[in-house]
Design a protein around this ligand. Structure first.
Ligand code: MF3
Ligand code: CO
Ligand code: CO
Length: 271
């Protein structure tokens, strides 16, 4: 979500009951990605992917697509049920008439609501065989997300997470989008704290057992600057370079972390 300059962060510690519900919502969000995977093929439109996911959520899962009509302060209501971000689109790509073609890369970002609780996850997909650059960016971004997640443990800080992500991306010649960040999540879609994907070791809030938040780095092959399109939602790279993003929802446990948005189709964590 969009990063905002805010004062004090009010971070909720989840109860055992909250955590049980968040495990269910997280798995369901990931299962929407499993369901849609075989449909991500040349010739399909992003609007058709949206419709397939919407119907699966509502009719098969009994979940609510959280994006539909979601209206954060300063935004118009989001008109669709998922986000589809193709090539130089960084995030919040709005599904429509755009047809996927060989060589495209696309992020599908799914947020479901089950029994009031939100599960939020996204994956990257190749349409047909990927170019070497596209594959490199997507794999790098996946590794960055997991490097951030693997830091998570009580006593570590938000800056430790951001640093792990930023350091790996920049060492590999790519750049971190600064304007959007991960977020606390639970009964609300976007809660405190904000999880920046850059930072300095030891800085920022300390992690505590029972926090739940997303890690969702957006990484550009070129420069970090972004622009918002006239639709008020779609974010693109200013230099039109490729951008990639992966997202998991994660619980801070007594001795580390638990990724809540896993399912049978989740790609394995990097070695
Ligand atoms: N799922 C996005 C996130 O990871 C938020 C999308 S907001 C929407 O935070 F309205 F565009 F769906
Ligand atoms: Co999110
Ligand atoms: Co998301």
């Amino acid at each position: 979500m969009a990063r905002i300059e805010s004062a004090v962060m009010a971070v909720e510690i989840k109860t055992p009951k909250d955590i049980e519900h968040m495990r269910v919502a997280g798995r369901l969000a990931s299962e929407v990605l499993d369901f849609i995977t075989p449909h991500v093929q040349p010739g399909i439109t992003t609007g058709e992917l949206d419709r397939l996911c919407h119907d699966y959520m509502v009719n098969q899962q009994g979940t609510i697509p959280a994006p539909l009509n979601y209206t954060p302060p300063g935004y118009t209501p989001y008109p669709k049920s998922i986000c589809t971000s193709v090539n130089h689109v960084v995030c919040h790509g709005v599904p429509g008439e755009k047809r996927l073609k060989n060589g495209d890369i696309v992020n599908l970002d799914i947020t479901v609501i089950k029994d009031g609780y939100h599960g939020d996850t996204s994956r990257m997909f190749y349409v047909g065989p990927p170019s070497i650059q596209a594959r490199r960016l997507i794999e790098l971004t996946y590794d960055c997300m997991w490097r951030g997640i693997r830091v998570i443990k009580p006593g570590k800080t938000l800056g430790d997470i951001g640093h792990a992500i930023q350091n790996h991306a920049e060492r590999n010649g790519c750049s971190i989008v600064r304007e959007f960040c991960g977020h606390g999540i639970g009964l609300k879609f976007h809660e405190d704290p904000q999880i920046l994907h850059y930072g300095s070791p030891g800085m920022g809030m300390k992690l505590e057992e029972g926090m739940i938040f997303t890690v969702e780095p957006m990484i550009n092959a070129g420069r970090p600057e972004i622009r918002q399109m006239a639709d008020g939602w779609t974010i693109v790279t200013k230099d039109h370079s490729l951008s990639a993003q992966w997202e998991h929802t994660v619980l801070v446990t007594a001795d580390g972390f638990e990724v809540l948005t896993l399912s049978d189709g989740s790609p394995p964590p990097p070695a």
